[in-house]
Design a protein around this ligand. Structure first.
Ligand code: A3P
Length: 302
């Protein structure tokens, strides 16, 4: 290991997680510190942005879109870990470079990632009419996935017990804020911007059908054979075994995969193994109130 990497890892061992807020949305303090740079980020016309609430299948979509752009060239898709290929513009993982700084040095066309709710989006994405692929995942599975992720990701606050986390998630007191506001905000925005709104559950159900929506949106045409290759390479099992997508290159002091692997289960309906009967009743009541009239519906089982 070179000296610079050793220094980075040593500094991470002692880092303390602090959260801040931008317009009431909880974000890592390191993100808040460079908020001006994020807000003033200069998008380019040929950027493609993948936007999600955390744990909705961001890395999965990154791999799929990258392979579509590469017309199924698996070797090229393995040129770097997924979080290096696709800068995360609202992350500032000190002492490493911020997502904005990475993106600024990248050649076009760029694939970018954000978890920002719609109201915090840097305006240049809309000025430049950037194409955005939004992936939404049902709240119950998102909550379970985020609970495990906040345990293993030492860059995020400890989630506490499942019971505590259940209340925090419902209240929007988790990094990047309320799942409800996020999915609804982006849903409404799709009427005014170039946004393809996709669902994790649809991708699980029939990936090839969903790739065709992406092809149309991105103006690409690929053969059935190439689509099958993409399906194979982006399957849960393949991504779990691929060091470029399973985050095994991230040191354990940051992602402790002995607590929970990044590629955890990849299923629809795992919430049933975690939600207590009483929690499910509370959740369904709140869900009904919050989602009423939104025109959005999710599947929590297939
Ligand atoms: P689980 O924790 O439910 O397993 P994100 O990339 O937004 O952080 O999302 C991570 C979630 O997507 C995890 O969910 C992970 O297992 C799942 N995921 C990643 N790649 C997947 C794939 N190829 N197929 C299905 N699910 C995948």
């Amino acid at each position: 290991m070179d000296k610079e990497m050793k220094n980075i890892i040593d500094s991470m061992k002692t880092f303390e997680i602090k959260m801040g807020q931008v317009e009431g949305i909880p974000l890592p303090e390191s993100t808040c510190e460079i908020w001006d740079q994020i807000h003033n980020f200069q998008a380019r016309e040929d950027d493609i942005l993948i936007a999600t609430f955390p744990k909705a299948g961001t890395s999965w979509m990154q791999e799929i879109v990258d392979l579509i752009l590469l017309e199924g060239d698996v070797e090229k898709s393995m040129r770097a870990p997924c979080f290096v290929k696709v800068p995360f513009i609202d992350l500032n993982p000190k002492p490493m470079k911020s997502g904005v700084a990475y993106a600024n040095t990248m050649e076009s066309p760029r694939l970018l990632k954000t978890h920002l709710p719609i109201q915090l989006m840097p305006p240049s994405f809309w000025d430049k009419k950037v194409k955005v692929v939004y992936v939404a995942r049902n709240a119950k599975d998102c909550m379970v996935s985020y609970f495990y992720f906040q345990q293993m990701n030492k860059g995020l606050p400890d989630p506490g017990t499942w019971d505590e986390y259940f209340s925090k998630f419902l209240a929007g007191d988790v990094p990047w804020g309320s799942w409800f506001d996020h999915v609804i905000g982006w849903w409404k925005a799709k009427d005014n911007h170039e946004i393809l709104y996709m669902f994790y559950e649809d991708l699980i159900e029939d990936p090839i059908r969903e790739y065709r929506k992406l092809l149309k949106f991105l103006g690409k045409d690929l053969s059935d054979e190439v689509l099958e290759k993409i399906r194979h390479h982006t399957s849960f099992q393949a991504m779990k075994e691929n060091p470029m997508t399973n985050y095994s290159v991230v040191p354990a002091v940051v992602f402790d995969q002995s607590i929970s692997p990044f590629m955890r289960k990849g299923k629809v309906g795992d919430w049933k193994n975690h939600f207590l009967v009483a929690q499910n009743i509370v959740f369904d009541e709140e869900y009904k109130k919050r989602m009423e009239g939104s025109g959005l519906s999710f599947r929590t089982q297939l």
